[in-house]
Design a protein around this ligand. Structure first.
Ligand code: ATP
Ligand code: MG
Length: 679
């Protein structure tokens, strides 16, 4: 049975208890890594419901990544009955924004079935605008997209961006921004940033709507609040409203998203905006050994601090921190893989207790190869996403078009899938008509006026496609979506087509299974008791799936026994018994760009986040040489290694390593190899 809330509260320390019990007024919990900030949030949610009589659907909890939101949910579910947790919202900021928009989309100028543009869609749109209206200055697309996103995160509308823009580049971006907003609305779509921006604008401009949401959200909790950007901070302020009851928790030393518009200074702004803000600091770390904690504290002491923190732990001294120097990056990956396999076999440590952290995604490629060679199961966060698979993208394209016929990107993606032999010339004519009539491609495809420019087989095929989709749309409005999706797949013989396309029967089977998994996910999503969306339809399920994908680019079961591969950014809030921090070299960590921009402090925080993920052992690796642009270059150890307490480090593979030590290591890898061959 469930542990009662009072049992749970007994495990908390005094400061944590104070933070849980403080329910009137604004509260900030500011504390270092592993001090139980997230635990305060999860316990507090249960406390609010079970002890203070809050209804679950009046509580909103927000965190930074999808993975973190899922873990938080798991922790809360363990304390509440199903009944008690019904309607509780624990999500990322973006999912919260999506849920608000889902209910208020009309007021934001959107139509039923609006869809979500991912980064690729957004970039395509920016390119289209540059191409059509700015003499094809396509090189600027990436810069424009990034700049537009920053403006949106800072709540700066296009007109203001225009007056602010003081270089030619920024002028261009500001002009594209205005068009971008116009186009994306015409597509009846929103992008990632709109998910916060639009709810904020609505809450500011519409008093009735604001009161409605402020009455719904009676208690607000935010984890990782050091990484909120301006628009997210505004959303917090608007939802907290006159009640001003919230708990924000964070750690300024873990602010690692400045590049995405995060404003750690929001922490300081809080005490100005809320003069009666109560501050609780936590100082006991429950995660890491003293050695690991000391290393983290020593490192971060090199950054200037607004709030002083002194973390301590009574989990024992533990093992020293190992610093492993290898010949090159091949040897680095090889050593990490060999070692994980050896420790798994010799000490029975499950694979999932290991995490390998790195600065950039490209560092994972070599690791993957080595892990596969050692037959070590692993899981990667980011990179090879479920949703980046062709069959899933295709089907999502169909689903997007079904719920939102204005989604031209979706139309173009699926029109010839499976092959319908509707050629580019025909599509161009459809595009011209759409421009002329100011309608979507899909609408143009069904318009009578198309008869004037298209005829014969192409026209017939277009019309077949259009009426087929219309038909499915009508059925969708009447009943459950799952049978409609199945019908659609059947009508176009999608599985048959996948079999035809795949390189082998086995590959085809995998793809079909992926499609089935997607359908199941949609079904589960629509049945989910979470987040008060019992009324949610297919369109909501789809935008949520897309959002999940955008947030973590990964959707697999959690409890598999696999080594975790993560970027440092994605590792925030998580913990693992054994951590490898690889590529600790100048120009990698700290990253070369940050060295050039004199942005070492953020990189140091990133290293701090990495180190503090480790519970029991930490191994830092670096390669003496690394290939770059086809050339081997010499690498320098990261300055952050110099900043760690020398007396707690054990070096391996450095040229001054004694022969005896080398021999010892040789024996270890040999026995690991033998163990592997025998298994
Ligand atoms: P981060 O800054 O990395 O997000 P955090 O401050 O959110 O860390 P938690 O993840 O809440 O820290 O807690 C770290 C670990 O300590 C978890 O395994 C948690 O279960 C444990 N923990 C938290 N509070 C206590 C406590 N009072 N007694 C024992 N264990 C605790
Ligand atoms: Mg946390």
């Amino acid at each position: 049975s469930l542990p009662s809330i009072s049992q749970r509260m007994r495990t908390l320390n005094e400061r944590q208890l104070e933070a849980v019990k403080q329910i009137d007024g604004p509260l900030l919990v500011l504390a270092g890594a592993g001090s139980g900030k997230t635990s305060v949030i999860t316990t507090k949610i249960a406390y609010l419901i079970q002890t203070c009589g809050f209804k679950a659907n009046n509580i909103v909890a927000v965190t930074f990544t999808n993975k973190a939101a899922r873990e938080m949910k798991e922790r809360v579910v363990g304390m509440l009955s199903k009944e008690e947790s019904r309607g509780l919202s624990i999500s990322t900021f973006h999912t919260l924004g999506l849920n608000i928009l889902r209910k208020e989309f009309r007021k934001a100028g959107l139509k039923e079935g609006f869809t979500l543009f991912d980064a690729q869609d957004g970039l395509a749109l920016v390119k289209e605008i540059l191409d059509k209206e700015f003499n094809g200055q396509m090189d600027a697309a990436g810069f424009c997209q990034h700049t537009i996103s920053n403006w949106k995160n800072d709540l700066i509308p296009p007109q203001e961006a225009l007056t602010q823009a003081d270089t030619e580049e920024l002028q261009l971006a500001a002009q594209v921004y205005g068009q971008y907003q116009r186009y994306i609305r015409a597509y009846n779509a929103v992008d990632f940033d709109d998910l916060i921006l639009l709810p904020v604008s609505l809450l500011i401009s519409d008093q009735t709507l604001r009161e409605k949401w402020q009455n719904k959200v009676r208690y607000l909790l935010v984890d990782e609040c050091q990484d909120t950007n301006a628009s997210q901070y505004e959303l917090i302020r608007l939802l907290a409203g006159f009640r001003r009851c919230f708990t924000l928790v964070g750690d300024d030393d873990q602010s690692i998203y400045a590049w995405r518009g995060a404003r750690p200074e929001n922490l300081e702004r809080l005490s100005v905006d809320y003069p009666n803000l109560k501050l609780v600091k936590l100082e006991q770390n429950y995660r890491s050994t003293r050695t690991i904690l000391k290393a983290a504290n020593t490192l971060i002491a090199n950054n200037p601090h607004v709030y002083d923190k002194a973390l301590w732990s009574d989990l024992g001294i533990g093992d020293p921190i190992r610093v492993m120097v290898t010949r090159n990056e091949d040897a680095e990956s090889e050593r990490v893989a060999a070692e994980i396999q050896a420790r798994h076999l010799r000490h029975n440590i499950p694979y999932k207790d290991f995490a390998i952290l790195y600065r950039g995604n490209h560092q994972a490629r070599l690791l993957e190869i080595k892990l596969q060679a050692y037959r070590i199961p692993y899981k990667m966060n980011g990179g090879s996403s479920f949703f980046s698979r062709a069959e899933i993208k295709d089907l999502m394209g169909y689903l997007r078009l079904l719920v939102n016929p204005a989604d031209d990107n979706a139309f173009l993606r699926v029109i010839n899938l499976p092959r319908r032999e509707i050629g580019p010339a025909t599509l161009e004519k459809v595009g011209n008509l759409a421009n002329q009539l100011h309608v979507s491609l899909f609408e143009a495809a069904g318009d009578k006026a198309l008869d004037e420019t298209v005829s014969g087989k192409p026209l017939q095929r277009l019309r077949e496609f259009e009426s087929w989709i219309q038909n499915l749309r009508q059925r969708l409005q009447k009943g459950s979506p799952i049978p409609v999706i199945e019908q659609m797949i059947h009508d176009m013989d999608y599985f048959g087509w996948l079999q035809e396309q795949a390189s082998s029967p086995k590959a085809a089977e995998r793809r079909i299974e992926n499609v089935r998994f997607l359908i199941e996910s949609i079904q589960r999503m629509m049945e989910s008791a979470w987040e008060d969306d019992a009324d949610a339809g297919l369109d909501h399920a789809i935008s949520k799936l897309l959002l999940i994908d955008m947030l973590e680019r990964q959707e697999e079961e959690e409890d598999e026994d696999k080594v975790q591969l993560l970027t440092l950014h994605a590792s925030k809030g998580l913990e693992y018994p054994h951590v490898f921090l690889i590529g600790c070299e100048e120009e990698l960590l700290p990253h070369r760009n940050s060295i050039e921009n004199d942005d070492i402090e953020e990189e140091r925080r990133l290293a701090y986040v990495g180190i503090t993920r480790a519970k029991r052992t930490l191994c830092i690796t670096m390669a003496a040489k690394r290939r770059q642009f086809g050339e081997e270059i010499d690498c320098l150890p990261s300055r952050f290694i110099d900043e760690l307490p020398e007396e707690d480090l054990v070096w391996e593979g450095r040229s001054d390593e004694s022969d005896a030590q080398k021999k010892e290591r040789g024996k270890a890898s040999l026995s690991a190899l033998k163990a592997m061959l025998n298994s």
